[in-house]
Design a protein around this ligand. Structure first.
Ligand code: ADP
Ligand code: MG
Length: 427
């Protein structure tokens, strides 16, 4: 684990010397280290990320800071998160090969990881603001979404292995606490760091603070997040943690990784696609000019759930090597049929979890500390508020009436109906 004493922030000159001093990295980059271009590209909320290019190749270097970058030194955050990010990337690379950047080097004391430079990949959120469709996305993300949780769950692991997995990530509680506060608590109370598109969303913000049914619903989700170590989660699986080309996808940035409820990651993917859908109207240059993109987004929401469920169930049917659902209890034809019904019930419960978590992930992006560029890049604040209010209307229903969303088509159908709905705004 990172030792505070050996840690220093590597600025450009230091970083150059450091990389030149690691023989494998020096060889991979190639040429004269003195002329390697080094650019800081971190657009995230927490860490430094440098892109370094040599005569032969490039790398991405990520270093954790001892505080939250978005807020500053007043909000300390343990460097150990770099250890958990490295551990999660290693596990993900084993379980879902080719869907995360290759790891090249890790220095625990410096909280520093060197990885494959993803190029020409861009952050998926940015691509979606520009109305780009990604035909390869569904297949790649659902492989990642099915394989990492399945193979770290009690369906695939012995009880001992599973508990060792939980233990390996249990120390990442400071990052979990950020989620517990920023997603499941602050948007529903007065908190200094909350913000929203004022004055238009003032009444909606007040409703979040006053509606006791929402407080109950979000608190149930929070408890589920805290108390359900089902599998290894990415922990922050939004479209800003996904880099894409039209054909390829890589998941980055698993520093929030821990053993939690599978529905949390699934909900994150669905919520961020739905937010891209609702934001799209705000990026139109002419009415309807993003129609094809919007159709693709909703179709993607449907396919993400359907393909995830299909792949997860296939893994379960073929590879139930864990201690859950012992085969000896489900013998014969009757047993097989009963177990299959139980699998379907499991998926239904998982879908309900994902619906609830997707709602929480949406509300926090509109009323909490960290917003997303899907909405933020809509310059006209009234237009932005209208798009946000539509997303909140869906999220509110998903949180309060979760059981009414039986299938993913119920979600996309409601989203489609809200596309041109005109909310009442505060002024
Ligand atoms: P944070 O933890 O601070 O959110 P991220 O891991 O999300 O940091 O990285 C911040 C940004 O750095 C990303 O949005 C992306 O633009 C860039 N980046 C991160 N990893 C890579 C990589 N392997 N290749 C290319 N760019 C990367
Ligand atoms: Mg990030």
């Amino acid at each position: 684990m990172a030792q505070a004493g050996d840690y220093r922030i590597l600025h450009e000159a230091d970083l150059r010397d450091y990389l030149a001093g690691v023989p494998d990295l020096n060889a991979l980059l190639g040429g004269d280290p003195a002329v390697w271009p080094i650019t800081e590209v971190g657009d995230g909320n927490l860490n430094l990320v440098f892109i370094v290019k040599g005569a032969k190749g490039g790398v991405a270097v990520k270093q954790a800071l001892p505080y939250v970058r978005l807020v500053g030194e007043s909000w300390p955050l343990p460097l150990s998160r770099a250890h958990y990010e490295f551990l999660a990337l290693s596990r993900q690379a084993e379980l879902a090969p080719g869907l995360v950047p290759a790891l090249l080097h890790h220095n625990e004391a410096l909280a520093l990881t060197v990885m494959e430079l993803l190029e020409p990949h861009i952050i998926m959120r940015k691509g979606m603001v520009a109305a780009t469709q990604y035909p390869g996305f569904v297949d790649d993300i659902t492989t990642f979404m099915a394989r990492t949780p399945f193979f770290t769950s009690d369906l695939a692991r012995s009880a001992a292995e599973k508990k060792q997995g939980i233990a390996a990530f249990a120390g990442n509680h400071a990052l979990c606490k950020i989620t517990e506060d920023l997603i499941f608590t602050d948007p529903y109370r007065v908190a200094e760091q909350n913000r929203w598109t004022a004055p238009y969303l003032d009444a909606l913000a007040a409703e979040l603070r006053d509606n006791m049914e929402l407080h109950v619903a979000v608190s149930r989700l929070k408890l589920k997040f805290m108390a359900s170590p089902e599998a290894l989660l990415h922990g922050d699986l939004h479209t800003g943690s996904i880099m894409v080309t039209e054909r390829q996808m890589r998941v980055i940035d698993p520093e929030f990784a821990f053993y939690g409820p599978m529905g949390f990651d699934i909900g994150a993917v669905l919520a961020n696609l739905l937010m891209a859908y609702f934001a799209s109207a705000g990026h139109e240059r002419a009415p309807g000019d993003r129609q094809a993109f919007e159709g693709w987004v909703l179709e993607t929401v449907e396919k993400v759930w359907a393909e995830f469920a299909r792949k997860f169930l296939d893994l379960w049917r073929a590879g139930a090597t864990g201690d859950a659902y012992p085969a000896s209890l489900f013998a014969g034809e009757t047993g097989a049929a009963r177990l299959e019904a139980e699998r379907q019930a499991y998926m239904q419960r998982l879908f309900a979890d994902a619906v609830g978590f997707a709602a929480a992930k949406t509300i926090r992006r509109i009323f909490g500390l960290a917003h997303n560029i899907d909405f933020e890049l809509i310059e006209d604040s009234k237009k932005r508020a209208i798009c946000e209010a539509r997303a909140v209307r869906l999220a509110r229903a998903m949180m309060l009436e979760t059981a009414a969303f039986r299938t993913v088509a119920d979600v996309t159908g409601t989203a489609r109906k809200l596309r041109d709905w005109m909310p009442e705004l505060s002024d």
